[in-house]
Structures are given as structure tokens and as C-alpha cells.
Design a protein around this ligand. Structure first.
Ligand code: BYC
Length: 309
């Protein structure tokens, strides 16, 4: 088959709903896009451990500490599945980690915001993991087998993360005046960064057309953002909390909750490395990598001593 015939056969497989597996022929652009997305996703999981990890020692009781520990540990597991999925496409772990530590690689903008109070643990769980579930259940249907399967497992775990966060926000919103103030403050700080997390509007999303054509994304950034707002906004208001958007309104005709304009200057500032915590996050990852040097050395020495067959 020539290149054009191969491409046609590849696209026909995708249209039939077949999964593309690691050894199969794929266009180089398909491979490049997947490595870009999966590695960014993996980095997001690992960096995403930091804002919540900071509160493990300050959890208010044993139950909350156990839940938070389990959640942060799950994020490490998600990073592992995803790095493995990217490795099936020929990316090496070393290259991906180097790209993260050197600041070249992107990871989700959301994790460059600080977690300032215990209420943030509830709001991050509900909003950020809730947003992640919408994104990842969409990606669980993606055309690349290993990424699709990783997202099935990740989404199941995220569902527990979201529920524990929502439970916490519900309890705090019905608690003392101090707790209500704390949870409202966390809602005010996390709402817009979560709305932005879905990425630029569709007409400003350069990667979307090819990702949709090849079944990597099965919903657009704006579709997922709208699903999130429709799901979360009425529930937050139902709890007697407010959202920091004076233009937020329900549109009867479309059945959608519409937000006011998004501050894309802030989004790009954060994505380009100038958010409130970008430098701190990379410094923490570099330190963790340096602290783990002895483990890598020990593993390499052990591997060298194994008899070759
Ligand atoms: N942050 O063409 P576009 C989690 C970049 S993990 C930073 O629309 P695409 C969780 C984008 O990369 C959350 N950068 O891109 C973890 C692109 O730049 P490049 C992460 C962003 O790929 C722990 C440029 O902007 N989830 O939820 O079509 C605890 C143009 O954008 C962001 C994933 O990574 C952003 N928010 O769509 C709790 C899932 N948005 O690469 C929760 C996999 C856009 O061309 N990724 N950019 O230089 C995706 O689904 C898609 O990549 C995105 C963006 C929807 C994120």
C-alpha cells in the first residue's frame, strides 16, 4: 500500500470504532499528537499531587487524612499508567521527565494555583476532579487503545475523588459561619481556573481539528466546558453558595448555564510559566527527582548484575 492508501485504511478503522494498538501503522502526526497529549496529561497528574499533598499533614481528622492520602496516591498511579501509555508510542520516560523538569513541557494550568485553606481540598475534589472526569470519560472513548484503557481506570478513581470533595463542600456549606466563609472563598478562587482548564475556545484551539478527525478527542473544549458549567453551577447555587461571575445565567432556550467572558490573558500567562505557583511546582519536581537519584542508581546496578539469558 502507498501512503495515501495506508492513511485511508487507518481512517476507515477509526470510523468503524476500532482501537489503534501500539504495533499498528499510524500517521506520524497521530503519534506526535498522542505523545504530546498523554505526556502532558501524565505530568499534570504528577504535578497535581502537590497542591493537595501540601494538606496531608494538616487534615482535620484521621478519616479526612486517609481519604486525602489515598487520593494523592491515586494521582501518582494515574501518572504511571499515562507514562506507560506514552512509552508504547516510542517516547522514553527519561525524555518526558527531562521535558517537565526543564520547563519545556506543559501540564495543566490548574495546578499552578495555590491551595490556601482546608476548604480547597473539597473544592479541588469537586471542581477539578469533576472537570477531569468529563475530560477523561471523553478520552476513554479515544481511538488509541492504551490511552483509552488508561482513562477508563483513571475515570473510575476520579469519580471517588470528586465525590469526597463534593461531600466535604456540602458539609462545610452547612457548617459554622467560619466554615461557610472558608468554603465560599475556596469556590471563588477555584471557579475560573477550573472553567479555563478545558483549554481555549474551539475556534482558538489549533490541535482540535486533527484530534477530532482521528478520534482522539470525541468532544471539543467548549462542549466539555459547557457540560461542566451545566452540571456544577446549579448545584453550587443550591447549596446557598455563590459563583464569582455576575454574568452567570440560565438560558431557557438552550438549557445551558452561560458564563461571562473568560480571562484568557490570565490563562495564557499561567500556561506560559508565569502563574502564581509555576516556579514552585517545577522546583518541587526537580527536588523530588534529585532525591530519587539513589533509587535509579540502585535499580541500574541491580539490573547490571542480573545474569543475561
Ligand atoms: N493547561 O489546541 P488546544 C487532572 C495548551 S489532569 C495547560 O486546545 P488540545 C487531574 C495545549 O496543550 C488534567 N496548557 O490543545 C490531575 C496547547 O499547547 P501545545 C490534565 C493547556 O490538546 C490530578 C495549547 O494550549 N488533563 O485533571 O487540543 C488531580 C492550545 O490548546 C491547557 C489532560 O491533560 C491547560 N488547561 O486540548 C486532579 C487530558 N489547555 O501542546 C485532576 C489530556 C490547553 O500545542 N489533554 N493547553 O503546545 C486534553 O484533553 C487536551 O490536551 C486539552 C487541551 C483539553 C487539555
Amino acid at each position: 500500500m502507498n501512503e495515501a492508501e495506508r492513511l485511508a485504511a487507518f481512517e476507515a478503522r477509526i470510523h468503524r470504532g476500532e482501537k489503534i494498538e501500539p504495533g499498528d501503522w499510524m500517521p506520524e502526526e497521530y503519534r506526535r499528537q498522542l505523545i504530546r497529549m498523554i505526556s502532558q496529561h501524565a505530568h499534570s497528574e504528577i504535578v497535581g499531587m502537590l497542591p493537595e499533598g501540601a494538606w496531608i499533614t494538616r487534615a482535620p481528622n484521621l478519616r479526612r487524612k486517609l481519604v486525602l492520602l489515598a487520593k494523592v496516591q491515586d494521582e501518582a498511579g494515574h501518572g504511571q499508567y499515562l507514562y506507560h501509555a506514552a512509552e508504547t508510542l516510542g517516547a522514553t520516560r527519561e525524555e518526558m521527565i527531562e521535558a517537565l523538569l526543564s520547563g519545556r513541557a506543559k501540564y495543566s494550568s490548574i495546578f499552578n494555583y495555590p491551595s490556601q485553606s482546608w476548604a480547597d481540598m473539597g473544592v479541588i475534589g469537586w471542581f477539578v476532579d469533576g472537570a477531569a472526569i468529563l475530560n477523561q470519560t471523553m478520552l476513554a472513548r479515544c481511538s488509541y487503545g492504551p490511552y483509552s484503557r488508561a482513562n477508563i481506570r483513571i475515570s473510575a478513581e476520579e469519580s471517588f475523588h470528586m465525590k469526597q470533595g463534593k461531600e466535604q463542600v456540602i458539609l462545610m456549606s452547612q457548617g459554622t459561619p467560619g466554615q461557610r466563609t472558608m468554603v465560599q472563598d475556596a469556590v471563588n478562587r477555584w471557579w475560573w481556573p477550573t472553567v479555563m482548564m478545558f483549554g481555549p475556545h474551539d475556534h482558538e484551539s489549533p490541535n482540535s481539528p486533527v484530534l477530532i478527525r482521528w478520534g482522539i478527542k470525541t468532544k471539543t473544549n467548549d462542549e466539555l466546558r459547557q457540560d461542566f458549567v451545566n452540571q456544577v453551577a446549579p448545584e453550587v447555587l443550591e447549596l446557598g453558595l455563590s459563583l464569582p461571575d455576575p454574568d452567570l445565567r440560565y438560558e431557557q432556550a438552550s438549557g445551558n448555564w452561560l458564563t461571562g467572558p473568560i480571562d484568557w490573558d490570565e490563562f495564557w500567562r499561567v500556561v506560559k510559566g508565569n502563574g502564581p505557583c509555576n516556579a514552585e511546582r517545577i522546583a518541587a519536581r526537580r527536588k523530588a527527582h534529585a532525591d530519587g537519584e539513589w533509587v535509579r542508581e540502585a535499580l541500574a546496578a541491580y539490573a547490571e548484575r542480573q545474569p543475561t539469558t
